[in-house]
Design a protein around this ligand. Structure first.
Ligand SMILES: [Fe+2]
Length: 510
C-alpha cells in the first residue's frame, strides 16, 4: 500500500474524531466548538464496535437524524461539527455515573466525515465485556456491547459468525436479513466478520435511491437504507466486528489496481465505507489523489485462532491481486502462526471450481505461492498446523478443499474451505450440477445452493464457527424465506475438523 502523499499534522479535532482517544485522554473537557442544534434523534444508524484487540476497540456511531435524505445533509442541515460524548463501562449500571465508567470521551463529529465518530478506546482489559453509549445534546444512543480479545498465549475457546452478501433489494421487493435476526435472538458470538458486499451499489426499485449510487451523498444514502434494518443495527450493537469490503461496496467487479488517478466514484465509496463501519485509521490519498485505507489485518484470539482477513479489491489488477505488502504479510502469517487453528478470511473462494472465475483463479501465481506455503507448513507441522479458508462471494454455502494446483481438482488438498452462505443475495449458478458432475473435485463435500429458477429456492443465511483447543466446528444457519421479515431459519448443517487431523478429513456432524 503506497504511503499517503502527505501526512498532515493531526489537529486536536482530527485526533478526537479519527485517531481515537486513549484512556490517558479520557477525561478531556468537551472540545471548544460551537454547539449546533440536533433537533431529532441523531442515532438512527445505531452504534457499532470493531477492530478489537486485547486492550483496545473502535467505538462507532454516525449522526443522521434523516438517514436517507441527502437534501438535508441527512438531517444535520447546515451544522459543520458537533460534540459527541461517549461513556464506556463494564456494566449498564456503571454507565449511568461518570465516576464508575472506565472511560468518558469527548469526540467531535464533522460534516466532512459524514458526522461519523470512530473513537479508539485503549487501555482496556483482555477478554472483558464492556458497554458503551454516545450522547449528543441530550439525545442518547442505544447501549452497545463489545468485548476485547484474550491476551496473547491464553487458551480460550472462541465462537464467531461470518456474514456477506446482504442485498436488500431483490428488484422491486425488499429482502430480509433473517440470518442476522436469528444470530441476535439465538446465539452469542465473540465477534462477527463481514467478508464483503455489505451494501449493493446498483439500482433496483427497492433501493434508495432506485438508481445506482456513484457519489458520496448517494453512498451515504444507501448505507442509511441498509442500516435502517433493525437486524443489522442489532448485530452491530451486540457484537464487535471486523469488516472487509468486496466489490459491491464500490461497484460490480471493481479492480482497485487498475483505477485512474483521483477516481471520484472509488473515493466516494471508500470514504462512505469507512464512515459507516468501526474501522481503525482513515482513508488517505496517495500522490495521485486516490484514497487508500489499510484493511487487511490479523485477528489473534489467544492461541486458539489466528485469522488473516484479506483485502482483494483495493489491490486487484492485471499484475497483482493482493499487492506486495499484503501478500508478504499473508505468507509471513502462514509461516509463523502458532495458533491451534490458522484461518484465511478472503472475499472469494480459493477452491477452484470448474467454470467459475475468481481473482484467486485469475492470479494463479499468487494462489500458488499461498497454497505452497500451506502445504509446506502442514508437512512441517502435520499436527500443530490446522489451516482453513473462509470465503463468500459466490452466493452458495459449501464445504470444500483448496487444491494445491488451480487447474487440477485432484491435486493435494491444502486447506479446508467453508464458503459462506449469502445473507440474501442470489445468483443463477447451478451448483447442484457442479457438485453432481464432480467439477469441484473430490474436495467438494456439500452445497446448499439452488438450481436455476426462482431465487426463493435458494438457501440464505450465515455461518457460525466454534473453535476449541480440540476442534473446529462450522454450522450454517440457513433458510429460504428472505422475502419475509420473520422468515425462519430451517437448516443447520454442521461440519467438524479435529485438531491435528489431515486436511480433507472434515466430517458432517449429526
Ligand atoms: Fe455478493
Amino acid at each position: 500500500m503506497p504511503a499517503p502523499a502527505s501526512e498532515p499534522a493531526l489537529g486536536r479535532r482530527r485526533f478526537l474524531t479519527t485517531a481515537g482517544v486513549g484512556l490517558a485522554a479520557a477525561t478531556l473537557a468537551p472540545a471548544a466548538v460551537a454547539r449546533a442544534a440536533v433537533p431529532a434523534d441523531p442515532f438512527t444508524l445505531g452504534v457499532a464496535s470493531g477492530d478489537a484487540d486485547d486492550t483496545s476497540v473502535v467505538l462507532w456511531t454516525r449522526l443522521a437524524p434523516a438517514p436517507m435524505d441527502r437534501t438535508t445533509s441527512f438531517g444535520m442541515g447546515s451544522t459543520e461539527e458537533v460534540t459527541v460524548d461517549l461513556r464506556v463501562a463494564t456494566s449498564v449500571d456503571r454507565l449511568a455515573d461518570e465516576r464508575t465508567c472506565v472511560a468518558t470521551v469527548s469526540c467531535t463529529a464533522v460534516k466532512g466525515d459524514g458526522f461519523s465518530v470512530h473513537a479508539l478506546v485503549e487501555g482496556l482489559r483482555p477478554r472483558t465485556r464492556y458497554v458503551y453509549q454516545f450522547s449528543v445534546e441530550g439525545h442518547l444512543s442505544p447501549v452497545g456491547e463489545t468485548r476485547t480479545l484474550p491476551a496473547p498465549g491464553t487458551s480460550t475457546p472462541v465462537r464467531f459468525a461470518v456474514i456477506n452478501c446482504q442485498n436488500l433489494a431483490g428488484g422491486a421487493e425488499e429482502l430480509h436479513f433473517n440470518g442476522m435476526s436469528d444470530l441476535v435472538q439465538s446465539h452469542d458470538v465473540d465477534f462477527v466478520v463481514f467478508l464483503g458486499d455489505y451494501i449493493y451499489e446498483f439500482g433496483r426499485a427497492a433501493h434508495v435511491p432506485p438508481t445506482a449510487v456513484d457519489d458520496i451523498a448517494g453512498y451515504r444514502t444507501r448505507y442509511g437504507q441498509y442500516k435502517s434494518r433493525e437486524s443489522l443495527r442489532e448485530v452491530h450493537r451486540r457484537f464487535p466486528v471486523y469488516a472487509v469490503p468486496d466489490d459491491h461496496e464500490f461497484f460490480n467487479d471493481v479492480r482497485g489496481g487498475t483505477l485512474p488517478a483521483r477516481p471520484p466514484r472509488w473515493n466516494a465509496a471508500l470514504r462512505a465505507y469507512w464512515e459507516n463501519l468501526p474501522l481503525r485509521g482513515r482513508p488517505e490519498p496517495d500522490a495521485a489523489g486516490r484514497l487508500w485505507l489499510e484493511l487487511h489485518r490479523r485477528v489473534r484470539w489467544g492461541d486458539s485462532l489466528d485469522l488473516f482477513l484479506t483485502d482483494i479489491r483495493q489491490h486487484l489488477g492485471t499484475t497483482t491481486m493482493l499487492g506486495e505488502e499484503q501478500e508478504t504479510a499473508l505468507l509471513d502469517f502462514l509461516t509463523t502462526s502458532t495458533a491451534r487453528f490458522t484461518a484465511i478470511g478472503t472475499q472469494t473462494p480459493m477452491t477452484s471450481f470448474a467454470g467459475f472465475g475468481s481473482p484467486w483463479r485469475e492470479h494463479a501465481a499468487t494462489r500458488a505461492r499461498i497454497t505452497q506455503a500451506l502445504l509446506a507448513r502442514k508437512q512441517q507441522d502435520p499436527r500443530a498446523f490446522n489451516p482453513l479458508v473462509l470465503a463468500g462471494d459466490i452466493h452458495c454455502a459449501m464445504v470444500s478443499h483448496v487444491q494445491l494446483d488451480v487447474d487440477d481438482v485432484s491435486s493435494t488438498p491444502v486447506a479446508t474451505e467453508f464458503v459462506n452462505a449469502p445473507m440474501t443475495s442470489g445468483s443463477a449458478n447451478n451448483w447442484d450440477a457442479v457438485r453432481l458432475a464432480g467439477q469441484g473435485g473430490p474436495g467438494f463435500r456439500a452445497a446448499y445452493g439452488f438450481t436455476q429458477g426462482s431465487s426463493w429456492t435458494q438457501y440464505n443465511g450465515l455461518s457460525i464457527h466454534t473453535v476449541t483447543p480440540g476442534s473446529w466446528t462450522t454450522t450454517y444457519r440457513l433458510g429460504n424465506q428472505i422475502n419475509r421479515p420473520d422468515g425462519a431459519i430451517t437448516l443447520s448443517p454442521s461440519w467438524s475438523l479435529r485438531y491435528g487431523a489431515e486436511v480433507g478429513s472434515v466430517t458432517p456432524r449429526a
